[in-house]
Write a protein that binds this ligand. Structure first.
Ligand code: CP
Ligand code: NVA
Length: 317
């Protein structure tokens, strides 16, 4: 692990801006933080600090992870929904909101629609800003995902992660970005109309070549063969509700069920899902509640990884 914290003062908006060494630092710190939590070690590393948690969209895990991880370390988290603050009624610009929050808080978390909002908060607040999900990407999720892979397999480099479902959403973009930095092989299986935009894939290719990752984007479900982990996400992301019935039709052949898990030809393949899951749509209850599922560990790891990101960015380690 790097001795000097390379993340101090940084924002996490997307993994595209982070080096493999910086991501490795955060992964190792996440494991340390998890071990401390299991041993019941209580520290007060956020004492005297506060964080604004802005949520335009709903959240169970991300909000709970930020709020409990920050509060348990002696910090003061403040939850701000759009019903509470002036950006919700369109009366105050994001820039002005950022300037004021930066004078009052030590950091900001934003979950919402536009990537440009989280970027503007980072540009104008002067404090670390964490992307808790936008339409574009979901970086804190991807760190918990690779941590879960490492807990299972020791290392994630060279492992075969296969995502099957809506292949062009926030979760798949963050998976591609982090896998290309860490050398995790990634196969994304989705219908033609739901594949990642070439522009984003191009941005990840140089890192993927450097790390030695293999990237496959296909509509053939047989490409699941050899998967160490099969991952899926909801068919209709938050904000896309109007697409619900069209998505169901397009994505039904891509459901993760027992037959698809058997196609991996491996008994030790694990199942991952960022959650929330709609059982009977993108995944069957048999798989998500079955022996191969690691989704509850993955969900718990959201808290440890988010704590590590906050500790490092806020210079508390
Ligand atoms: N995975 C995830 O981000 O969950 P929440 O929407 O509950 O925060
Ligand atoms: N793609 C999903 C992720 C939820 C955590 C969504 O944006 O709704």
């Amino acid at each position: 692990m790097l001795k000097i914290n390379p993340i101090k003062g940084r924002s996490l908006l997307t993994w595209l801006d982070f080096s493999p060494e910086e991501i490795r630092y955060l992964l190792d710190l996440s494991k340390e933080v998890k071990a401390e939590a299991k041993q019941g070690v209580v520290k007060q590393r956020f004492q005297g600090k506060s964080i604004a948690l802005i949520f335009e969209k709903n959240s169970t895990r991300t909000r709970s992870a930020f709020e409990t991880a920050f509060g348990e370390e002696g910090g003061h988290p403040v939850f701000l929904s759009l019903n509470d603050i002036h950006i919700g009624n369109g009366k105050e610009s994001i820039e002005d909101t950022a300037r004021i929050l930066g004078r009052m808080y030590s950091a900001i978390q934003f979950r919402g629609f536009k990537q440009s909002t989280v970027e503007t908060l980072a540009a104008y607040s002067g404090v670390p800003v964490f992307n808790g999900l936008t339409d574009f990407c979901h970086p804190t999720q991807a760190l918990a995902d690779v941590m879960t892979l490492e807990e299972e397999f020791g290392s994630c480099k060279g492992k075969n992660l296969v995502f099957c479902g809506d292949g062009r959403n926030n979760v798949t973009r963050s998976l591609l970005a982090i896998c290309s930095k860490l050398g995790v092989n990634l196969t994304i299986i989705s219908p033609k109309g739901l594949q990642l935009e070439e522009d984003f894939v191009k941005r990840c290719r140089p890192c993927g070549e450097e790390s030695g990752m293999k990237l496959v984007i296909t509509s053939d479900v047989n490409a699941v063969e050899g998967a160490d982990a099969v991952y899926t996400d909801v068919w209709t992301s938050m904000g896309e509700e109007a697409q619900k019935s069209a998505r169901k039709e397009l994505l039904s052949p891509y459901q993760v069920n027992a037959a698809l898990m058997r196609k991996t030809q491996k008994k030790e393949t694990i199942f991952l899902h960022c959650l929330p899951a709609i059982k009977g749509e993108e995944v069957t209850a048999e798989v998500i509640d079955g022996e191969q599922s690691r989704v509850w560990d993955e969900g718990e790891n959201r808290k440890h990884t988010i704590k590590a990101i906050m500790l490092a960015a806020m210079g508390a380690v």
